[in-house]
Design a protein around this ligand. Sequence first.
Ligand SMILES: Nc1nc2c(ncn2[C@@H]2O[C@H](COP(=O)(O)OP(=O)(O)OP(=O)(O)O)[C@@H](O)[C@H]2O)c(=O)[nH]1
Ligand SMILES: [Mg+2]
Length: 333
Amino acid sequence: MLLKRIEAKTLAEAIARVAAECGDDALVVETRPTRNGYLVVATRPETQLAPIDQAGRKNLGDSQRWTRGFAPMAQRASEFGLSNRLLAAIEQSLLGTRVELGRVGDPALGGLCARILQALVKVEPRFEGKRGSDQFRAIAMVGSTGVGKTTTLAKLASRAVQNGEDIAILTVDTYRVAAVEQLRAFADLLEVPIEVAFTPQDLRRLLQLHSHRDRIFLDTTGKSPLDRTALQTLAGALSGKNFARLLCMPAGMRRCDADMVLDSYDKIGIDGVCLTKWDETLVPGESLSAIIERGLPLSHLAIGQDVPADILAADSLQLAQAAFGLEPTEVLA
Ligand SMILES: Nc1nc2c(ncn2[C@@H]2O[C@H](COP(=O)(O)OP(=O)(O)OP(=O)(O)O)[C@@H](O)[C@H]2O)c(=O)[nH]1
Ligand SMILES: [Mg+2]
């Protein structure tokens, strides 16, 4: 069960029990007065999905499986690309709430669907933001060829500079023609140092040299997820150097390709995912579902080619609203 129902005499008591039983970061899906006091429906951020064979892939495409009330929401979310496995988990959770799933058009339904999906979307804010806390200080951009690693690096580096951070840009991408020049142009615009590491030893030395800075961004060469040797080389270059790995992946990827990329890059470690080229797809839900189902955190959405404007920090509620085609006010109701 994804949701926990807690009833108590007062709202304060119910909320305190939610924190005790679901943790301080529990998400409250709804609160309402009852005859005996207050009911709070909450969910733990680390909720478990049903195993794939019970809730998922073998039923793909079977639209008759949803209850009448939920079917229109499921239809919208399927068009967005959300997986049946996630939809099944959301429908299952709705059984614990006040919505009537036997009839179509319950006005509370959209908001509750979005709240439940929101609880399943993990976000990772440590790739940017406040200094001195537990932010990632060395960030390596990784991912397949041409997915937007360098452009995303430039956007994040610009935002860091705007934030007053002292940064350096490093690159190990000496493979692609003009890769260093592309990055140097960004670095010159930002007036920040850029350094090229030709060997793992170079990289270690440069990390040491810039260790006093607030943040270091590392660009890497695009690697095919099917090229095991290349991925092992990249893993070797990054190992023992305390880099947070930000995987860039196009939002419009089909589910099977997204699974393949996530499986491959899992071997070098993924600390967060940036879904790039969000502006180039009508169906971002397939890649998004692959990320959510693995419990991987999403850091950003890249929404165009403009540096630094076209990037958004991932917002779990906005993503959930988008998946169900809702206006923000429908969720707050
Ligand atoms: N529409 C759109 N284009 C993007 C986005 N991010 C990057 N691009 C474009 O995608 C192309 C490739 O971007 P790069 O940043 O060079 O990609 P890369 O992953 O560094 O490529 P390699 O280093 O060759 O592996 C460029 O034309 C970028 O302008 C995005 O969010 N939306
Ligand atoms: Mg690049």
